[in-house]
Design a protein around this ligand. Structure first.
Ligand SMILES: OC[C@@H]1[C@@H](O)[C@H](O)[C@@H](O)c2[nH]c(CCc3ccccc3)c[n+]21
Length: 446
């Protein structure tokens, strides 16, 4: 490092979580059954038979966790709101006690001088909505906008930084193509409709925010740079399909007004014709884009591998416990690609982090040197993007706490803070102490 990085004085340093992954108390205070509560209790869906009945018990321990955030020097905290606590059946009857938890959470964060950054939908929602067709049902867009509108009004003055959806791509790919997430049954032909309705819902929620909200609203997407395994035409074509499928499927419509042409190739006869007026709606302008970055993938042509007909070529490099390649420069690649192809909107890294097989706590310490190195190298890449003119406004480490890693259960630990189950004991890892020094020095320690 020739010159010490220095991030802007107003750069927002935070950490991120999501409701089902940390809260526990899935049915407390009148909450309805969520898709993830039902799915995680279906035998065989989650590693080790894990589920979110307790998770990090954050629903009850949120004040302790906010104290942890203060000790880490966090300036912001990205969390998600559990729809099924607000509308147990998805729409109609409001559950005041469910809403009250988020009022208390936002007040405690504001009192601690920590900016609350709320994501309206981070994959969990009332199971009743899946039973009514889920995101494949065209009305799901309005269900979401009505839910969002209620929250904009209820949290007005407490939350000023909103995101509509977390990673619509994962909701569609894992939920409708793979069946590894709820609704849990592969429904290939429904996937394009689910994607389209997620985008319509996002845009309708932004319109509701313009009418009744205050602050900033954005969309959070996962991006993963793709590289071809060779210059062979078939590998180059696989690259184009893979890149369109994961990185352009949602950003092309919101910023360019139409889906990538590769989608019709990928879905074939199952690729619908959507009404033109939908694309006008989906282009509703918003205030920032959140980018979740973890890794890159090198792909080759693989005709048997439907629907994208690509396959990952594992690289000779360090990999995390998720078997994701450690590739820090990919974060800069994502940030500069978005600026060059789509928009000069403010950008946030809304998730970046790694799971490693951390040792247990010894004398109040957890040595996680690989996570320290991962954060250091990715923050350097973020700074390089800033230096190239990307309007990067903040960074949220994934995650504040070790938590429920979806189908992987609790075996994959992403936290800056270790959580020991079932006691729930929190122990800041060395990476938490490192991150605090990064925040205090505005990056000078990198
Ligand atoms: O896996 C770590 C985190 C999850 O715990 C978050 O809830 C979720 O927002 C999130 N997204 C990603 C990257 C999306 C992705 C997953 C698998 C394959 C490709 C992309 C990683 N993570």
């Amino acid at each position: 490092m020739t010159t010490k990085p220095s991030f802007p004085a107003d750069f927002l340093w935070g950490a991120a979580t999501s409701a089902y992954q940390i809260e526990g108390s899935p049915l407390a205070d009148g909450a309805g059954v969520s898709n993830w509560h039902r799915f995680a209790h279906r035998p065989g869906t989650i590693a080790h038979g894990d589920h979110g009945d307790t998770a990090c018990d954050h629903y009850r321990r949120y004040e302790e966790d906010i104290q942890l955030m203060r000790e880490l020097g966090l300036q912001a905290y990205r969390f998600s709101i559990a729809w099924h606590r607000i509308f147990p059946e998805g729409r109609g009857r409001l559950n005041p006690k469910g809403l009250d938890f988020y009022l208390r959470l936002a007040d405690a964060l504001n009192n601690a001088g920590i900016v609350p950054c709320a994501t309206l939908h981070h994959w969990d929602w009332p199971a009743a909505l899946d039973d009514q067709g889920g995101w494949a049902h065209r009305d799901s867009a309005q269900w979401f906008a009505d839910y969002a509108h209620t929250l904009f009004r209820a949290l007005d003055g407490r939350v000023k930084h909103w995101a509509t959806l977390n990673e619509p791509w994962v909701i569609v790919h894992a939920g409708y193509i793979e069946g590894a997430h709820p609704p849990g049954v592969p429904a290939f032909a429904k996937a394009p409709h689910a994607a389209h309705n997620l985008l319509r819902g996002h845009a309708l929620a932004v319109q509701a925010f313009r009418a009744d909200g205050a602050g900033q609203i954005g969309l959070v997407v996962n991006l993963e740079p793709k590289f071809a395994a060779s210059a062979k035409p078939e590998d180059q074509a696989a690259l184009a399909r893979s890149h369109a499928y994961m990185n352009r499927w949602f950003l092309d419509p919101v910023f360019l007004g139409g889906y990538p042409e590769e989608m019709a190739d990928i879905f074939g006869a199952d690729w619908p014709r959507f009404p033109e007026e939908d694309f006008k709606l989906i282009r509703e302008p918003f205030d920032f884009l959140g980018i979740n970055y973890y890794s890159r993938t090198v792909v080759r042509d693989e005709p048997a591998n439907l629907p994208v007909r690509d396959a990952r070529v594992r690289q000779r490099a360090e990999h995390t416990a998720m078997d994701w390649e450690v590739f820090p420069e990919g974060l800069k690649t994502c940030l500069t690609w978005v600026k060059q192809r789509y928009t000069t909107l403010p950008l946030y890294v809304t998730e970046n982090g790694a799971a490693f097989a951390d040792p247990p706590a010894v004398a109040g310490r957890v040595a996680d040197p690989r996570r320290v190195a991962y954060l250091r190298d990715h923050l350097r890449a973020a700074h390089a993007a800033l230096a190239e003119g990307v309007d990067l406004k903040g960074y949220f480490a994934w995650s504040l706490l070790d938590n429920f890693e979806w189908a992987h259960g609790y075996g994959k630990r992403f936290g800056l803070v270790r959580v020991d189950y079932p006691t729930g004991t929190r122990t800041p890892k060395d990476s938490a102490r490192f991150y605090r020094r990064v925040i205090e020095s505005r990056g000078a320690v990198l």
